[in-house]
Write a protein that binds this ligand. Structure first.
Ligand SMILES: [Zn+2]
Length: 143
């Protein structure tokens, strides 16, 4: 197993979410490339490289992650508007329009990933199975 596909040691929930790990074994990576690779940030593994869990638990499962992505966009919109308002002392509308869209574009890979990660953790119905050595005995797929 390569270092990029799996981790050992820390298997806490927050570490697994932050590093986009499989919700069942918390070892296998969900995405094939780091999110700073702007053209390939969205490429996911179909199955967990460690426990073989199928990430798309049902057809179109990740469409629901758009709601989380939408909420993240709104949060960024409001927080950056708040910052711009106070830093530039209530500027004209074009200042907001020149700053906020690039900020959202730059954060797009981050939001894409974490909306999917949070969605599969919250709504995937997958429970963590700690086997100690990273191998989950039950290799049933959701297909
Ligand atoms: Zn896994």
């Amino acid at each position: 197993m390569s270092k990029a596909k799996g981790i050992s040691g820390n298997k806490s929930f927050f570490f697994a979410v932050r590093t986009a790990r499989c919700p069942r074994c918390r070892e296998g990576a969900m995405f094939q490339h780091p999110f700073h690779r702007f053209l390939k940030f969205s490429t996911m593994y179909k199955n967990c490289p460690v426990c073989n869990l199928r990430y798309e638990v049902e057809p179109g499962f990740f469409i629901g992650s758009m709601y989380i992505s939408y909420a993240m966009n709104i949060a960024i919109l409001f927080s950056s508007s708040f910052l711009i308002y106070h830093i530039f002392n209530d500027p004209e509308i074009w200042v907001y329009l020149c700053i906020i869209p690039p900020v959202i574009l730059i954060l797009l890979p981050f939001m894409f990933r974490y909306s999917r990660v949070l969605y599969i953790y919250w709504f995937g119905g997958i429970t963590y199975e700690n086997t100690g050595n990273g191998h989950v005995e039950n290799n049933i797929n959701h297909s």
